[in-house]
Every structure is written in structure tokens, then in C-alpha cells.
Design a protein around this ligand. Structure first.
Ligand SMILES: [Zn+2]
Ligand SMILES: [Zn+2]
Length: 362
């Protein structure tokens, strides 16, 4: 791929500088590519990236799982950690601060969603990559598989001391995606929580549920390979979902189920049977299939099924503080960003324990 800086938009670009990242043109193959960033506004900061996690939605986007790339080349990456190197006058960040950035990098700040802490629903929200800025200045967004990033100061979150960049990165999407519904659905003392799928999302879900002091945290996986690790992460019980007797023993025992697996041919009847009366199932994984859920138990046992992903600014701050305080840590495999293609392949089919994070210095 040639290093052709982006001039395809109407943004005022800073032609004096280039940011360099690892970009896709619609395949899993990432190549080095450079672009001119926008002129930094007073509300924005520029960060020098130290780490970026790899999430399933990075892979799904670049392999056209949601249709063709809107803008190509595309630099993925939305679990970004880096140091503040330039700050706009209106931001409260300090030069040298370690900050994290997730999927959202801007929103209007004035609509009903922004005013109630749900910036993810703002009609003018801007995603960190494969999107256009909606702040009236134009320009395309490029993500965190790169050396630098510009972001509105409100969407950069200070990483507390004691959390390393590599550990913190997956919190910005995976951590937020599991923390938000657990909190919203009332996980805590008196509640029994099941986590289906012990991977990038699930290993954090188990830790958050345990730290929220749920009565039981049940790790549910389709084999036994995660059993030992699940207990180390804080699970109080483990179910191998391919063993009917283990599923049957947990009949109607759970108040909340966090569904994090991307497995196929899901036995929805079997999963619904794990949920107690008035229980809740929340889907946080991107499913490749429709939910074939039986209706009758939903009626008679008042079961709710919902979905969720990421969260707003205040929820993100709360999640990071909670993770730091309660020692919720992403378990990661760190790989050099210069090997981004291999790292993506590892994340996609290599069953990492549990999340792959790119080190931007290598
Ligand atoms: Zn993600
Ligand atoms: Zn808004």
C-alpha cells in the first residue's frame, strides 16, 4: 500500500504532520499507511499511542462482516491507550497523562442522549475509525493501530496508577461492554450471575461480577478447557454447557446471564432454562444468527432478553475506577504492532488467553 495521506475530505488538515498506522483495504492484511490529521482543536488532545487492544469488531469491520468498508484504507483499533502529547486549551488533561480511548471519540454534548449519559446513541456520535467527524469540520476517522490519535478531551479517560497500558486497553471496549449491563441489571449481593463464553469479554465479566459481590458467579463454556482459569478469575461455579447433566443441575438458578460467546448453533431453550423467574439475559456478543428463543417461558416466568454494547462517558469513568479499585485486570497477550496482521489472525482464530494487545513501540 502506498503512503498517500488522506486529502479526500473537506477537513482542515495539518499538512505539516503525518500519523502512521496499520490499515486494511477490506481484508485481514494490514499494511503501513500514513495520513494527515486534522488541525487540533481547542477541545481535543493528541496522544502518542502505547497500546491498542484487538476486539472482534475490528476484525468484523475490516473483513466486511458489516458490509464493505465505508472508507478505505481503514486503520482499525478502538481500545487505545497512550500519553497526552499535545492538548487543546479547553481540555483538562495534562501533558504526559496516560489516557484510554474507546469506540467513541466525539458526540454533540447537547442532545437528550448526551445529556443523560448515553453518548453512544447521539445522532452526531463519531466512531474512532471508519467514520466521519460530525463536528462541522469534516474529516475521516482513523483508529488506534497507529502511532498517534486525536480525540475530544471528554472521550479520553485518565488511566489510574497501577493499571498498565496493556492491561487497561481491553477495558475501553470489552470491559465497558460487560460492566455496563451488569451494573444496569443490578448485579450485586443477592444476585446469581452466569457468564456464557469465557474469552475476551467473558473473562472480564466474571471478574466484574465477582467484584460486585454477586452471590454466585457461574462461568459457562462449551468445554472444560476454561474451567481452571475461570475459578482463578473469581467464578464460584463452572458449567460445561455440552454436558446436559451440568446444565440440568443449574435449572432456573440464575438472575442475570451475560451472553458473550460468538459460538454457532446456540441452544437458546437450554439457556433460557438456566434463568430464574424475572431473570434477565443480555447479549453483548455480536451474534451471527437470529435468536431462536422459545416464547412461552418468557411470558410465564417474566424473563427479559436485551442487548448491550459499550457505554457513555460517565459509565466509562466509573468502570475504569471500579476496575482499578477492585483489581479487575485484562489478561492479555502482547504482540508488536508491527506484526498487526499476525496479531489479528491470532485474535481471530488463535484462542488467545484472553485478549491480544498491540504494543505500539515495537
Ligand atoms: Zn470492541
Ligand atoms: Zn448528542
Amino acid at each position: 500500500m502506498t503512503s498517500t495521506p488522506d486529502t479526500s475530505s473537506d477537513a482542515s488538515l495539518d499538512k505539516s504532520t503525518t500519523f502512521t498506522g496499520w490499515a486494511s483495504t477490506g481484508t485481514i492484511e494490514l499494511k503501513k499507511w500514513s495520513y494527515h490529521p486534522r488541525l487540533l482543536s481547542e477541545d481535543e488532545i493528541e496522544i502518542e499511542i502505547t497500546h491498542c487492544g484487538i476486539c472482534g469488531s475490528d476484525i468484523h469491520t475490516i473483513t466486511s462482516g458489516w458490509g464493505d468498508l465505508k472508507y478505505s484504507p481503514c486503520i482499525p483499533g478502538h481500545e487505545v491507550v497512550g500519553k497526552v502529547v499535545v492538548k487543546g486549551a479547553n481540555t483538562t488533561h495534562q501533558i504526559g497523562d496516560l489516557v484510554g480511548v474507546g469506540g467513541l471519540i466525539s458526540s454533540c454534548g447537547n442532545c437528550k442522549h448526551c445529556k443523560t449519559g448515553f453518548e453512544q446513541f447521539c445522532p452526531e456520535r463519531t466512531f474512532i475509525f471508519n467514520d466521519t467527524f460530525k463536528d462541522g469540520r469534516g474529516g475521516l476517522t482513523y483508529g488506534g493501530f497507529a502511532d498517534r490519535l486525536q480525540v475530544h478531551g471528554k472521550f479520553a479517560f485518565k488511566i489510574p496508577d497501577g493499571l498498565s497500558g496493556a492491561e487497561a486497553a481491553p477495558l475501553l471496549c470489552a470491559g465497558l461492554t460487560v460492566f455496563n449491563p451488569l451494573k444496569t441489571l443490578g448485579a450485586g449481593p443477592g444476585k446469581k450471575v452466569g457468564v456464557i463464553g469465557i474469552g475476551g469479554l467473558g473473562h472480564l465479566g466474571v471478574q466484574f461480577a465477582r467484584a460486585m459481590q454477586c452471590d454466585e458467579v457461574v462461568a459457562i463454556s462449551s468445554g472444560d478447557s476454561k474451567r481452571e482459569e475461570a475459578f482463578k478469575l473469581g467464578a464460584t461455579k463452572y458449567i460445561n454447557s455440552s454436558k446436559p447433566e451440568e446444565m440440568k443441575a443449574a435449572h432456573q438458578s440464575l438472575d442475570i446471564i451475560l451472553y458473550t460467546s460468538t459460538g454457532k448453533n446456540i441452544d437458546w431453550s437450554g439457556l433460557v432454562d438456566l434463568i430464574g423467574n424475572r431473570g434477565k439475559l443480555v447479549v453483548v456478543a455480536f451474534l451471527g444468527e437470529s435468536l431462536g428463543v422459545p416464547g412461552y417461558p418468557l411470558n410465564v416466568r417474566h424473563i427479559s432478553i436485551s442487548g448491550s454494547i459499550i457505554g457513555g462517558i460517565e459509565t466509562t469513568k466509573e468502570m475504569i475506577a471500579f476496575a482499578a479499585k477492585h483489581n479487575v485486570r485484562s489478561l492479555v497477550e502482547v504482540m508488536p504492532m508491527s506484526n498487526a496482521t499476525e496479531a489479528i489472525q491470532r485474535a481471530d482464530d488463535g484462542h488467545p488467553r484472553f485478549r491480544v494487545v498491540l504494543d505500539a513501540s515495537k
